[in-house]
Design a binder for this molecule. Structure first.
Ligand code: ADP
Ligand code: MG
Length: 393
């Protein structure tokens, strides 16, 4: 393997990409032979994940360390913009809660064509999705869920406020949160991430993301801000707390968003009903309720009702109280009866005719003993196109 300083020419990345990489970053450029050896020629047994861009393989390097290798499919000389972009973003950041880049491989062979591979540290415990919805049998304990919630929040806060320029991830979801051997959360998959040039409060871009996780103002108006990630974070937090998926379909084929369900439970004073049954080492009702409220606040349909990721970290790691959850509109897919009910209702209903009302959580709810306590699209030129497709997990 070959070490490449962040500014040297031959690595096949665009010159703008090279510029944005810190000079101090030392990336390793792997040869295709090294990659083949490490993955035993891309053996099927070594596949640990797959996604929109191709398979991810477990690899064993010569120095004995284990890595993950994301092999981009259908690469061409012209078509490796998504690869270059992902390497640029991931190489520009370093934080304990972001997956770390080890290096990359670009090669062209007669037999296999153009190869583009990103090499990152292997995360022993796979993705959060695997643990919540996959085959990994044991349910995550509450202390581990807390650690994942906080770690993910810190990783995102770093992207938004620590990275220069700041970065909007755009695809926060359970399968993009990886877990190391100690269940430290690592935000991964920077395929859709965007650098957010200073001074821009929002950008108009083609919409990208995953159904169930995309903030409404982004899906509808293309308005992209850090708070789009906050919304997606809120959805992941709800999944982590409830063990339910962001979007489920009922027997009538009607989509049900977890955000709507959680909000209606909170509104009815049943926040703790959001929590998954049978979670080992369950926390105190006060702490559990706090997490539910943070999740509902983050996944609020109104952009400015959501906290920033810095505020989320503070709320989760200190005794800081959670602001009251604002009233919100009824779900987009609400039936006729609910719409009529809401139009007729006064305060305490889903939506009051006079507008939004602050919904304040009363602490007595807690002490009441009867109260049981996933469009990915090819990125176009940054422009004003408002169309796009979303991927379903
Ligand atoms: N470093 C890693 N360690 C362990 N598993 C990984 C790693 N990187 C990716 N994976 C697995 O591969 C899946 C797809 O990787 P990801 O980077 O999200 O690609 P895509 O852009 O195709 O979604 C992840 O959900 C995860 O299960
Ligand atoms: Mg992914």
């Amino acid at each position: 393997m070959k070490k490449v300083g962040g500014g040297k020419g031959e690595i096949g990345l665009s010159s703008s990409g090279l510029d944005s990489m810190s000079q101090s970053t030392t990336l390793i450029r792997f040869s295709f032979d090294e990659i083949k050896r490490a993955t035993r020629n891309f053996s099927r047994d070594n596949i640990i994940g797959s996604g929109g861009y191709g398979n991810v393989y477990r690899g064993l390097l010569n120095d004995g360390s284990q890595v993950a290798m994301k092999r981009f499919k259908n690469c061409s000389v012209a078509g490796d913009a998504s690869f270059t972009h992902e390497v640029e973003v991931i190489a520009s950041v370093r934080h304990v809660n972001l997956v770390a880049l080890r290096g990359y491989c670009t090669a062209t062979t007669n037999l296999e064509g153009h190869q583009r591979i990103i090499v990152t540290d292997l995360m022993e415990n796979g993705s959060l999705y695997d643990h919540l919805f996959g085959s990994r049998g044991k349910k995550l304990s509450w202390p581990i869920r807390q650690k994942i919630a906080l770690g993910t929040a810190r990783g995102l806060a770093y992207l938004h406020y620590g990275a220069q320029p700041s970065i909007i991830h755009r695809d926060i979801k359970a399968s993009n949160i990886l877990l190391d051997e100690k269940f430290e959360a690592k935000v991964a998959d920077f395929g859709l991430a965007k650098f957010n040039p200073e001074g821009m409060t929002h950008m108009s871009t083609r919409v990208a993301g995953t159904m169930g996780y995309v903030a409404p103002e982004y899906a509808l108006y293309g308005q992209l801000t850090e708070r789009s990630d906050v919304f997606s974070y809120g959805v992941v937090l709800l999944e982590l707390l409830s063990g339910r998926k962001a979007l489920e379909t009922d027997s009538d084929g009607q989509p049900n968003a977890l955000t709507d369900l959680a909000w209606s439970l909170v509104r009815d004073g049943k926040s703790l009903d959001v929590i998954e049954d049978g979670m080992p080492e369950q926390g105190s009702p006060e702490v559990l309720e706090k997490y539910v409220l943070v999740a509902v606040l983050c996944s609020h349909p109104q952009l400015y009702a959501r906290p920033t990721m810095d505020q989320v970290v503070k709320m989760l790691e200190t005794d800081e109280s959670v602001p009251s959850v604002m009233e919100r509109p009824i779900p987009f897919t609400a039936g006729r009866i609910d719409i009529e009910k809401s139009a007729l209702s006064n305060s305490g209903q889903l939506c009051s005719p006079t507008g939004y009302q602050a919904f304040t959580m009363q602490s007595k709810r807690l002490s009441d003993p009867n109260q049981k306590e996933e469009l990915k699209e090819e990125e176009e030129e940054e422009g004003n196109s408002q169309s796009g497709t979303m991927s379903v997990d």
